[in-house]
Design a protein around this ligand. Structure first.
Ligand code: DGL
Length: 259
């Protein structure tokens, strides 16, 4: 049982930012990563559509014997994780915008949240925002166009730089000192964001927190892989293999799979 893989899925390549954090803290675990790039972006789909895609991804990972599922996508988590937990008995780990630490630490009393439409309009996000940030200004910005650009290989493009400048401006006009990255594709933008943002702005990304939580859940369920077998790392995409490969930064093999 414990040698079974951890299943991880995202609407596309962005969840590899979570996979990397998990790989760093759980070196002994086998993983299967699914990039549902053929259906990206999830961010402008309805809750019903997002749930159906998450069920499809989960069913595939369960058919591969995964012991736990990491929903490495804010949009999928905020729209579908309650449904997934009610339907399946395996543990699910999700990710949602880290509004709480930003709201606790801001000195300018203004924070920015960059996320998809699907995340910002979800009930889970609005309840977290009310709970933790009602005393400060929260500048919400839909990252419209970012995910398709990354999926199309335009991470480092000038088009991305121009898009980010436009998206960040309302936040800067409101004097934010924390920027919360509410989409797992966005950590790949950090080098460009650091160039575009004034040094007072701190960037919060929750990848490491998700990895720590995954470790904790494996420990508490007695699911850690304690064997000495060499773990396997499998990557599937129903989109562009090269884009996924380029983000992994290590020569892991990526397979095309029509799931
Ligand atoms: N990585 C997904 C997220 O964290 C991207 C959503 C999308 O496909 O629009 O929300």
């Amino acid at each position: 049982m414990n040698t079974q893989p951890i299943g991880i899925f995202d609407s596309g390549v962005g969840g590899t930012s979570i996979w990397k954090a998990i790989y760093a803290v759980l070196q002994n675990e086998s993983t299967i990563y699914l990039a549902d790039s053929a259906n990206a972006p999830y961010g402008n789909k309805t809750e019903k559509e997002i749930i159906a895609l998450c069920v499809k991804n989960t069913e595939y990972l369960l058919s591969k014997n995964c012991k736990i599922i990491v929903v490495a996508c804010n949009t999928a988590t905020t729209n579908a994780i309650a449904y997934l937990r009610s339907k399946y008995s395996v543990p699910f780990i999700g990710i949602e915008p880290a509004i709480k630490p930003a709201a606790l630490q801001t000195k300018t009393h203004a924070i920015g949240i960059l996320a998809t439409q699907g995340t910002l309009s979800s009930a889970l996000f609005s309840s977290a925002s009310k709970r933790f940030a009602s005393h400060i200004k929260v500048i919400e910005q839909v990252g419209k166009g970012i995910v398709p650009l990354i999926e199309g290989g335009g991470l480092h493009s000038n088009k991305m730089r121009i898009l980010l400048k436009t998206l960040l401006q309302p936040m800067l006009n409101n004097n934010i000192d924390y920027l919360v990255l509410g989409c797992t594709h966005y950590p790949y933008l950090i080098p460009m964001l650091l160039e575009l943002l004034p040094s007072r702005v701190n960037i919060i990304d929750s990848g490491h927190a998700v990895a720590k939580q995954t470790k904790l859940i494996l420990e508490t369920h007695g699911l850690l892989n304690l064997s000495t077998n060499t773990p396997t790392r499998v990557f599937y995409t129903n989109g562009n293999k090269d884009v996924l490969q380029s983000l992994l930064g290590k020569p892991f093999n990526v397979d095309f799979l029509d799931f």
